[in-house]
Write a protein that binds this ligand. Structure first.
Ligand code: G3H
Ligand code: 13P
Ligand code: ZN
Length: 307
């Protein structure tokens, strides 16, 4: 059943577990995500970026998700706009049927970020749609980073408190040292968990971890054995994801892990038979691999068996 983001994340926040928010760009990804949730009985957030919407079409994103939500009525699922960059983008998603949106104005100054977020909240809440915003910049932090530099990059907990109070936003993504993609940390993985706990204490709302892909060894190995190159790749270790949940994170944004797992299988089929051109021969093992990653993640985050 299609529900608003709050219906998924308020229980997660109250009970202290995490829900993966999985990105999709096509039927195969969405099918893998829904089948995984069904098989491990997990609530679900599926999300589409502006790029994904451009690729698929806004109406198709919504109708595909609705078709799966209808097929699996026992799965509570929110359809979320990932990294909306403007009021228009959020409004279009809401008008089309998205049940949750992110307004990402984190690259603007605090006042502008707050103003843009307030506008989106005002519109979204009229339709029962939840809103996520972001504070700080998504960047890896290193051991030798200066305190000033850290403060300039990561979320400021006091600002987060004011921001949440004045915007009425439902979820907040605080920058604590993660970044998007496969190359998250130059040295040892490091996140600012103290800052995270402070933000949770002062805001008390569900928090979001962007750039939460883990690049587990099994996924990396599979990509490498297919002939892919992932030199220098590093994800967020599983135990960091669990510690983040203990610190107040409830929405765990995951895209890169799924992409890597999918493409590894596609390349393996291509390598094994260079005269193969039946799309299903490529995508069936690719979906299976993606499902394994998602189901394992749902268990790890604690959302499995919550429905
Ligand atoms: O946060 C970024 C997501 O992984 C979506 O990426 O803009 O390439 O669709 P994308
Ligand atoms: P990853 O690149 O770590 O999968 O992060 C995805 C994300 O944050 C989507 O908003
Ligand atoms: Zn993100």
């Amino acid at each position: 059943m299609l529900v608003c983001g709050n219906d998924i994340l308020i229980p997660a926040s109250e009970q202290g577990y995490g829900v993966g928010a999985f990105n999709f760009v096509n039927l195969e990804m969405l099918k893998s995500i829904f089948e995984s949730a069904d098989e491990v009985s997990s609530p679900l957030i599926v999300q589409a970026s502006e790029g994904a919407i451009k690729y698929m079409g806004l109406d198709i994103c919504v109708s595909l998700t609705k078709a799966f939500a209808q097929k699996y009525p026992h799965i509570p699922v929110a359809l979320h706009l990932d990294h909306g960059t403007s009021f228009e983008s959020c409004k279009n998603a809401i008008d089309a049927g998205f049940t949750s949106v992110m307004i990402d104005a984190s690259h603007h100054c605090f006042e502008e970020n707050l103003k843009m977020t307030q506008e989106v909240v005002q519109y979204a809440h009229r339709f029962g749609v939840s809103v996520e915003a972001e504070l700080g910049r998504l960047m890896g932090i290193e051991d030798n980073i200066l305190v000033d530099e850290k403060d300039a990059t990561l979320v400021n907990p006091k600002e987060a408190e004011i921001f949440v109070k004045e915007s009425g936003v439902d979820f907040l993504a605080p920058a604590i040292g993660t970044s998007h993609g496969a190359f998250k940390f130059k040295g040892e993985p490091k996140l600012d968990f103290e800052r995270l706990s402070e933000v949770k204490k002062l805001t008390k709302i569900p928090l979001v971890l962007h750039g939460a892909s883990a690049i587990p060894d099994s996924v990396r190995e599979s990509f490498l054995s297919s002939g892919g190159d992932l030199k220098g790749s590093k994800g967020v270790p599983f135990e960091f994801l669990q510690e983040a949940i203990r610190g107040g994170i409830n929405k765990i944004n995951t895209d890169t892990d799924l992409r890597i797992a999918f493409i590894a299988e596609v390349r393996k089929v291509a390598n094994a038979n260079n005269s193969e051109f039946d799309l299903r021969k490529f995508f069936t093992p690719a979906m299976q691999a993606v499902k394994e990653v998602i189901k394992e993640r749902m268990q790890l985050l604690g959302s499995a068996n919550k429905i």
